[in-house]
Design a protein around this ligand. Structure first.
Ligand code: KG4
Ligand code: ZN
Length: 362
């Protein structure tokens, strides 16, 4: 079976075709489904939003409207198919005008193709993508056996949540950010330093050039809420601390490469310290068999390395998205759509589906 995934919750227009491979040894199909990526096209609006240092919903909506037909055509051509057996679309959480644009586009397409339309939770899609393993090139396997209960760390530009996963579809949010998301913190602090949008990859690349032994700067930022007994996060104080440190320095110093690299390194360390500590604390308390990381910030190599090391120390598995699938894309939506499809968890009448900008995983 083939599923089309449509993603427009923020600033990326993503459409993908996922093929579910049914020809597995008997009895195993339900346990470790295998997939093939037939096409996964993402049209990024980064250049447009770069000018403003962030995403403006109405601007993003207009771009989605323009991009969707072009991206669909490209995706179908790459996948060498004219239509799919089902369509999955993000209905929340996200920016309302953007969600509606993708949803209406998918509704029209579902009518035209006479296929089921499956509404997908963007956060669940990030999480399930973390459970994929990429074998060769486009072949993916889903790690479903012996990983539950799991604790999922979802870190994106809009969300930072710790979710207890008892099984696919059985979720409980155990902690989340009280203000800025981790990705948002990367983006906002990058902007203070004069780095480009999105800030996550920029901070990571800049931090990689830092070397402790050579640096004349020793910057110490706070680790907000590191030792609180809950699983909540707070990143806005970190952003303020960066701003104060930056403003207190002479212009020549704060605009020097050495300072920007030292600061980028410390920002990344501070964010990772808090994320890893809280995730491990949750894994311990809930005695989970695995840790799953997902969302755009899961592309961060240092975060993955630190999580991997800590998980190994606790003798539990770390599951992380294959390269290139951490940030928003249509494939993750098709993947989550597949599980909903199998459960029959979608309305028979696509017109009933409404966007839910504040959707919470449960
Ligand atoms: O999941 P995503 O693509 O979109 C949302 O759902 O928000 O996440 C985007 C976020 C941005 O804040 C971006 O700066 C961050 O993910 N990001 C990274 C990296 N790549 C993307 N943060 C840290 N390190 C990275 N390598
Ligand atoms: Zn996302």
């Amino acid at each position: 079976m083939r599923i089309l995934g449509v993603e427009t919750s923020c600033d990326d227009t993503g459409i993908a075709v996922l093929e579910v491979i049914e020809s597995l040894p008997r009895g195993k199909a339900g346990e470790t489904p295998q997939f093939r990526i037939l096409a996964n096209v993402v049209s990024s609006q980064i250049k447009i939003h770069r000018e403003y240092g962030g995403v403006y919903p109405m601007l993003a909506k207009r771009e989605h409207q323009k991009n969707l037909p072009i991206v669909l055509k490209k995706t179908l051509k790459e996948a060498e198919c004219e239509k799919t057996d089902a369509i999955a679309v993000t209905y929340g959480p996200g920016l309302s005008p953007c969600l509606w644009t993708g949803l209406n586009f998918a509704k029209d397409l579902a009518k035209k193709w006479n296929t089921p339309l499956i509404p997908v939770d963007h956060i669940e899609a990030h999480m399930l993508t973390g459970m994929l393993t990429q074998k060769q090139s486009n072949a993916l396997t889903f790690q479903q056996s012996n990983i539950f209960p799991a604790v999922a760390l979802i870190v994106s530009g809009g969300h930072t949540q710790l979710v207890l996963v008892k099984n696919i579809g059985e979720y409980q949010i155990i902690g989340e950010t009280r203000d800025d998301a981790a990705g948002e913190c990367f983006d906002k602090t990058a902007r203070i330093l004069g780095l480009e949008y999105p800030g996550g990859p920029e901070i990571a690349a800049t931090a990689a050039k830092f070397s402790i032994s050579n640096s004349q700067f020793s910057i110490k930022l706070p680790r907000p809420m590191l030792h609180t007994k809950d699983y909540d996060f707070s990143f806005s104080g970190l952003k303020t601390a960066v701003l104060y440190d930056y403003q207190a320095r002479p212009k020549k110093e704060r605009e020097s490469k050495a300072y920007i690299q030292a600061m980028a390194h410390e920002i990344q360390q501070a964010i990772i310290d808090v994320l890893v500590h809280k995730t491990m604390q949750a894994a311990e308390e809930f005695k989970t068999k695995s840790i799953v990381v997902g969302g755009g910030v899961a592309a961060n190599e240092s975060l993955r390395a630190r999580l991997k090391e800590s998980a190994r120390g606790a003798s539990i598995a770390l599951l992380a998205p294959p390269p290139g699938l951490a940030t928003d894309n249509g494939l993750m939506i098709a993947l989550a759509g597949y599980f909903k499809y199998k459960q029959g968890a979608y309305p028979k009448n696509p017109d009933q589906i409404e966007a839910d900008p504040n959707l919470r995983i449960a």
